[in-house]
Write a protein that binds this ligand. Structure first.
Ligand code: PNS
Length: 161
């Protein structure tokens, strides 16, 4: 059983993430989507909601599971039997951010490989931060994030505190 892990903040999941999840799920027996819980960085969507939202939009993918994790990704991946970390790349800027992370994770002695998947070009401009900002200002996110999640994203990101 080959398990890969696709970690991220997913605040919120975007159409770009979903594209990577669909394509990676075809390459492995099991794909574990892992939502980082970072208590000092609460972000926009509550952590539990992020995982539930990903479950809803991946319900048609039988080999995809979604969990939350805290702490080191390398430890969590190993505990789940994953030797491959999937990360999406949109640009050279992403590569500059991702390469040191892959080297660091690879150097932790757990035998982890990071596999980069190029985003499909129609999603290359999408980011969670962009979705959050547009949603907070009441703009149209219908081409950026899964439509089934739109109302939840607007409700979470548009709240005034
Ligand atoms: O969606 P993001 O925010 O780009 O994902 C970043 C993530 C969650 C993959 C990364 O921050 C992470 O793995 N955090 C867990 C802590 C860890 O293992 N850090 C060492 C890797 S440099």
């Amino acid at each position: 059983m080959r398990t890969a892990i696709f970690p991220g903040s997913f605040d919120p999941i975007t159409n770009g993430h979903l594209d990577i999840i669909r394509r990676a799920s075809l390459l492995f027996d099991r794909l574990l989507v892992a939502v980082l819980v970072h208590p000092s960085k609460p972000g926009c969507l509550p952590f539990a909601d992020r995982a539930d939202m990903i479950r809803r939009v991946t319900a048609d993918l039988p080999n995809v599971t979604v969990e939350q994790f805290t702490g080191l990704l390398a430890d969590y991946a190993t505990s789940q039997g994953a030797r491959v970390i999937i990360r999406g790349l949109r640009s050279a800027a992403d590569f500059a951010y991702e390469a040191p992370m892959a080297w660091l994770n690879g150097g932790l002695g757990k035998g982890l490989e990071t596999l980069f998947m190029l985003t499909s070009p129609q999603y290359a401009f999408i980011s969670s931060s962009g979705v959050r900002e547009i949603a907070a200002l009441g703009g149209d996110i219908s081409r950026l994030a899964p439509q089934a999640l739109e109302n939840q994203i607007y409700a979470a990101c548009n709240r005034t505190e």
